[in-house]
Design a protein around this ligand. Structure first.
Ligand code: SF4
Length: 235
């Protein structure tokens, strides 16, 4: 699997380039909150909600003192306010209660597995959110699996899995060193612009020679241009 992933990574980089990484090293708690805000919405809307919190409050401790309904109003732009405010307040208050401050710095020295196990024990934090903290803040070589990554990897035939959780498990140890960020980001772009859920544009696909999926739309010459703003590299 590792060799196939390497070949796909090369083909994706040839088409899309190496995506820019955030020049800063974002704080793990910032990424945790940002990723919760990004669930089931687009990156621009979740970024608006994230920026609003950062502008209006001096610290995550201050946000933790908001009532759920007040936080829900503050993050309205990201949608699913009730669910997201509950998850954010739950995580912030638990960290403050257990560690005395709003910080996830205590995770920095732990292994990938320990960090994942710990973060998914927070209510409303699933594996994808936890793995985003690992990749985007702690710079570990793990590839978070969202719906685009799951769909494209299964169509290509890298994995044969039924859920993003299974896909994430199958990828463990198979991402070439240092490739996780570009592979993850370029697969999302592939899924948004070319390997779309209902209408894959196989004619325009940079990995079509390696794909085991029944080809569709082989006459498609161009990808759809989408918004290529990535929230977690803008925090
Ligand atoms: S060849 Fe078609 S199905 Fe395969 S990854 Fe590309 S767009 Fe998706």
């Amino acid at each position: 699997m590792k060799r196939l992933i390497q070949a796909l990574d090369d083909a994706l980089v040839e088409r899309f380039g190496v995506p820019k990484r955030n020049p800063k090293t974002p704080d793990p708690l910032d990424i945790l909150v940002g990723t919760i805000l990004s669930q089931n919405t687009n990156d621009r809307n979740s970024h608006r909600a994230y920026e609003r919190l950062k502008e209006r409050y001096d610290s995550w401790e201050e946000v933790a003192r908001l009532t759920p309904s007040k936080l829900e109003r503050e993050i309205k732009a990201a949608g699913l306010g009730k669910q997201k405010s509950k998850a954010i307040l739950g995580a912030l208050r638990r960290v403050i209660r257990e560690r005395g401050a709003a910080t996830l710095d205590y995770l920095r020295e732990r292994s990938d597995e320990d960090i994942l196990d710990h973060l998914v024990s927070f209510e409303g934090v699933a594996e994808k959110t936890a793995s985003c903290v690992l990749l985007f803040s702690l710079k570990r070589n793990v590839c978070p699996v969202d719906t685009h990554v799951h769909r494209t990897l299964n169509r290509i035939g890298v994995t044969a899995t039924k859920s993003p959780t299974q896909t994430f498990a199958a990828l463990a140890g198979n991402i070439p060193d240092g490739a996780a960020h570009r592979f993850h980001t370029n697969l999302i772009r592939l899924g948004r612009e070319i390997c779309k859920p209902a209408k894959p544009l196989c004619g325009a696909c940079p990995v079509k020679e390696r794909c085991r999926h029944e080809p569709k739309n082989l006459d498609a010459a161009e990808a759809t241009k989408t918004n290529d703003f990535f929230l977690l590299d803008a925090i």
